[in-house]
Ligand binder design. Structure first.
Ligand code: TEU
Ligand code: CA
Length: 572
């Protein structure tokens, strides 16, 4: 197995608008991030992924870019960015940038020019079509942010495609000039010294040939617009192979694609060592389906088996588009600390690059605002607007709250003070009231906090490459609340036991683990120092054991029978 820095990395995502505000205008900014670099290197992460910091009118908080080689005024200047890069590198931290090239802002000069006339040389840089009969949109596709995915441009009488907001027109990747412009921009950032890209909806850049109507579900009131075939269309792999040839392969950098709509097998096609496309992808299967615990295990096993020896995996349970992981996969009530520690233990010992999201290291939770006026996200606001004429505000909020993106976007909780230490002014979105208890300052003081658990796990992972390169196999039951697995290398082996529930469990370990395993990291301060045949697991108990030299497991290394038994555990 070839070792690479990016395989060993733990990535920490920063949503700059909500991270740290240095000048009291209520908006997080680049100097704010710089001021937190010491904290991040104390924590022990390796790579920072910055959600977009480019010039943007902020219809979708920076995912609508109007200048790829400029910095958003609210966030600072290019000089601030250069300083961030230098200061991060000084501390051994790397920086990956968000690459949003499925679409631009409608205020990007490319689109302004494209829209200016049908004969503009940039007309074909975007996707323009004549209206359908009766002036209707060219097809029935639904935008991710509600309504038609087409917007009529009154001046020219044509529609342009926008899979997201109407202020995010889709680029036409069939046009070689578009591709060249994007590749030039990528080279420009790489030459500046960035360490890679996270690629926004990169599997949507190839459009379905002919832009066909999507099938309408049968029923009495058929919807006017329905989700179209947005992801993984024919041609996508050719585009990414070209991007690799033209740009990516020239740099020792990290790439991670946001790839929706794949399983372990089709996901691998984007990152297989021999496919020369991307190095990594986010697998959303686990984020979307893994709340069901046996399903989570099954998916980890499936992705591991598919990727083993063929491509590099990743693992993530939350980001700026999703609910907070402790609220979704754990218990943000009485067992918040224990369940957040269990989730951390899983993320930092499972196979694949862990992608952490700001605030998860202190167990930040979902938020529950009473009024739509306190929400900021375009996806949420549009959904609300579409329903409010027919339904009560309370009902809509009750339905949208849990899954909404603003759960992840409330400001980072640094202190118990006003503005959570995020800003001395009025934060652009209200802070979660629970910052009085859940904040970095308090967590640093408490060695049993979620924060210290992350810090300890991060240091442990760094010191023990088996947790990166070692084999993975599930141990014991595939049903029930306890998820146990082994990570093993040539020199040592780790057993991870997670009681993914609020119930205490009497757990019987397979014989081969019953002796010689000592506890190295535990979520409870009073964990038993040794594993034994029967373990009484407390609610949300999480423990990592190390096989001592001379333990039965290590003596079996190379023993065919032992191996195949282990492998079949993973396959079941
Ligand atoms: O998200 C892509 C995406 O598909 C989202 O619509 C996501 O599934 C949805 O928000 C879940 O509720 C990426 C970015 O991560 C997101 O922030 C952007 O809004 C979007 O692309 C457009 O750039
Ligand atoms: Ca600011």
């Amino acid at each position: 197995m070839e070792r690479s820095w990016w395989k060993e990395a733990v990535v920490y995502q920063i949503y700059p608008r909500s991270y740290a505000d240095s000048n009291g205008d209520g908006i997080g900014d680049i100097p704010g991030i710089i001021a937190k670099l010491d904290y991040l290197s104390w924590l022990g992460v390796d790579v920072l992924w910055l959600s977009p910091i480019y010039r943007s009118p902020n219809d979708d908080n920076g995912y609508d870019i109007s200048g790829y080689q400029d910095i958003m005024g609210e966030f600072g200047t290019m000089a601030d960015f250069d300083r961030l890069l230098t200061e991060a590198h000084k501390r051994g931290l790397k920086i990956i940038m968000d690459l949003v090239v499925n679409h631009t802002s409608d205020e990007h000069p490319w689109f302004v020019e494209s829209r200016s006339s049908k004969s503009s040389p940039k007309r074909d840089w975007y996707i323009w079509r004549q209206p359908h009969s009766g002036g209707k949109p060219p097809n029935n596709w639904l935008s991710h942010f509600s309504g038609s995915a087409w917007e009529l441009d009154a001046a020219s009488g044509e529609y342009y495609l926008h899979l997201f907001s109407r202020k995010q027109p889709d680029l036409n990747w069939e046009n070689p000039a578009v591709r060249k412009a994007v590749y030039d921009m990528m080279h420009w950032w790489y030459r500046k010294g960035i360490d890679g890209f996270r690629m926004d909806v990169i599997n949507m850049i190839a459009k379905a040939s002919g832009l066909p109507d999507a099938p309408v579900p049968p029923g009495p009131n058929p919807p006017e617009f329905v989700p179209g075939p947005y992801c993984n269309n024919p041609g996508i792999h050719d585009l990414l192979k070209e991007m690799n040839r033209e740009v990516l392969r020239h740099y020792d950098a990290m790439t991670v694609g946001e790839i929706h709509g794949v399983n372990a097998v089709t996901g691998l096609e984007y990152v297989a060592y021999d496919s020369a496309e991307l190095k990594g992808l986010f697998q959303f299967n686990i984020m979307y389906e893994g709340k069901d615990q046996p399903r989570l295990r099954q998916l980890v096993n499936e992705w591991y088996q598919a990727f083993k020896g063929r491509g590099w995996n990743s693992i993530t349970l939350n980001n700026h588009d999703s609910p907070r992981e402790v609220s979704k996969f754990g218990d943000d009530g009485p067992w918040r600390v224990e369940s957040a520690k269990l989730i951390a233990t899983f993320l930092l010992t499972a196979p694949g690059i862990p992608y952490l999201y700001q605030g998860e290291e202190i167990g930040m939770t979902n938020v529950s605002f009473d009024s739509i006026d306190d929400y900021r996200d375009i996806e949420m606001l549009n959904r609300y607007r579409d329903r409010i004429a027919r339904e009560s505000a309370d009902k809509i909020l009750a339905e949208l709250r849990q899954g909404c993106r603003d759960n992840a976007r409330t400001p980072m909780q640094w202190t118990a003070g006003p503005g959570a230490g995020f800003s001395t002014g009025t934060p652009w979105m209200k802070v979660n009231p629970n910052h009085s208890a859940i904040n970095v300052e308090a967590a640093k003081e408490d060695q049993n906090s979620v924060l210290w658990h992350y810090k300890n796990l991060l240091a442990f992972r760094k010191a023990n490459p088996e947790l990166v390169y070692g084999d993975y196999c599930q141990v014991g039951d595939t049903e029930g609340p306890v998820y146990a697995y082994e990570r093993s290398g040539e020199k040592s082996s780790y057993l991870v036991i997670l009681n993914w529930s609020a119930q205490p469990v009497d757990y019987v370990l397979p014989d081969r683990f019953a002796k010689g395993y000592s506890c190295v990291i535990a979520s409870y301060p009073t964990a038993k120092p040794q594993a034994s045949k029967r373990l009484v697991l407390r609610p949300w108990d999480a423990c990592v054991y190390r096989a001592q030299a001379g333990s039965s497991r290590l003596d079996q290394a190379g023993n065919e029978e032992g191996r195949s038994r282990n492998d079949s555990d993973g396959n079941r």
